[in-house]
Design a protein around this ligand. Structure first.
Ligand code: NAP
Length: 343
């Protein structure tokens, strides 16, 4: 995927090139189609606001690449993340939410209706719900970027199949590392968890399962310095953080699960973000810009659970509906009902 600087206004370039840019007005625009965005769409649809959900890189967000969800209420036997995301989407569209596969390249929240530019149309939104989620944190070591897709992965569910009967390393000690590591034990010959401390951060249940799995072993107090290979990954080099002793291992793949970073580059300088880049919202999912709401992981460094993301998506849509109703009332009172987009 080509990375586009957030400030690049493609519609302006298209105008300069003499091409027509489609301008579309919406009462409710939702950026992101993970559990928060799809639930906001469901609630917005049921409020007859015809929400439009812009799907970025992936429908379903990180949920769609989770092998098994065991803690989403209503599914006592568990459900795959992909199936759950499909059900969210089916329910949202059943009530009138629309989905557009458009990647946002720029937003202007200083203008009302808010201007959201994509590679295609420019949207003018009377309310905006941001559900852009998080992305995997990178290790930032030599070899990581070079070997993505050739042995370096951030998604066991997507890439695990390529490592049947092979040796893989999983980096990290949180829920994701153990959850995805356990998934990999179904395919790989051996799964080695490399963690920078000697205590795991993951939940007790996952720890118990991981420790009991004969295909899993742990390397403690160790960090990676380099991923090495030729056409594909062949091994890792690192060191013990307590002794400084070098450490290396031959392996066929490395799965990196060292936490998440919020996808908020588009909003920097326009919305209040916390010190880690998460959007700051109040208890009603409101950002510092009236009419702009945020839901799901992009504003949640604490829980990062599907059920919580879905709940905040619902809350954001309810608040957006209230905002629109108040705005319409004020505009009517002032004698100029519903201002059109200022194109
Ligand atoms: P996380 O909980 O932040 O854990 C990240 C892990 O990576 C930690 O063990 C951390 O080590 C390690 N780490 C961080 N930076 C590192 C670096 N530069 N080098 C080496 N190791 C590094 O992230 P997560 O596991 O992705 O989980 C994210 C959230 O999703 C959590 O709230 C989690 O509960 C949730 N989640 C839940 C489930 C579930 O409920 N089944 C499944 C997946 C994720 P330290 O421990 O030393 O800090």
């Amino acid at each position: 995927m080509t990375e586009v600087p957030f400030s690049l206004d493609l519609s302006r370039l298209q105008r300069r090139a003499g091409q027509e840019v489609e301008n579309i007005e919406r009462d409710m625009l939702i950026i992101g189609a993970g559990p928060a965005g799809l639930t906001a769409g469901l609630y917005g649809g049921r409020a007859l606001l015809k929400p439009l959900i812009l799907v970025g890189p992936s429908l379903g967000g990180q949920t769609a690449s989770t092998s098994e969800m065991e803690n989403y209420p209503g599914f006592p036997e568990g459900i795959s993340g992909a199936d759950l995301a499909q059900q969210f989407m089916a329910q949202a569209t059943r009530f009138g939410a629309e989905i557009a596969y458009e990647e946002v390249t720029a937003v202007d929240l200083g203008h009302y209706p808010f201007v959201v530019t994509t590679y295609g149309p420019v949207y003018h939104a009377r309310s905006l719900i941001i559900c852009t989620g998080t992305a995997p944190r990178r290790l930032g070591i030599p070899g990581e970027r070079e070997f993505v897709g050739r042995g370096v992965s951030y998604c066991a569910t997507c890439d695990g199949y390529f490592y049947r009967d092979k040796t893989v390393v999983v980096v990290g000690g949180g829920d994701s590392a153990l959850d995805e590591g356990l998934y990999l034990t179904r395919l790989a010959k051996e799964v080695i968890i490399v963690h920078r401390r000697d205590r795991l951060r993951a939940s007790a249940l996952l720890q118990e399962r991981a420790r009991a799995n004969p295909k899993m072993r742990f390397v403690w107090n160790t960090v990676l310095d380099e991923i090495v290979g030729d056409q594909a990954v062949r091994g890792l080099r690192g060191h013990n953080v307590l002794t400084g002793e070098p450490w290396e291992i031959a392996c066929d793949g490395v799965f990196i699960y060292i936490g998440l970073v919020p996808n908020t580059q588009l909003f920097r300088g326009q919305l209040t973000l916390d010190e880690n880049g998460y959007i700051v919202t109040d208890k009603r999912q409101r950002t510092n810009v009236p009419g702009v709401f945020a839901a799901g992981d992009v504003q949640d460094p604490w829980f990062r659970q599907v059920i919580v993301a879905a709940g905040t998506g619902a809350a954001a849509a309810i608040e957006a509906e209230r905002f629109l109703a108040e705005k319409a009332f004020e505009e009517q009172k002032a004698g100029h009902p519903r201002r059109g987009a200022n194109l």
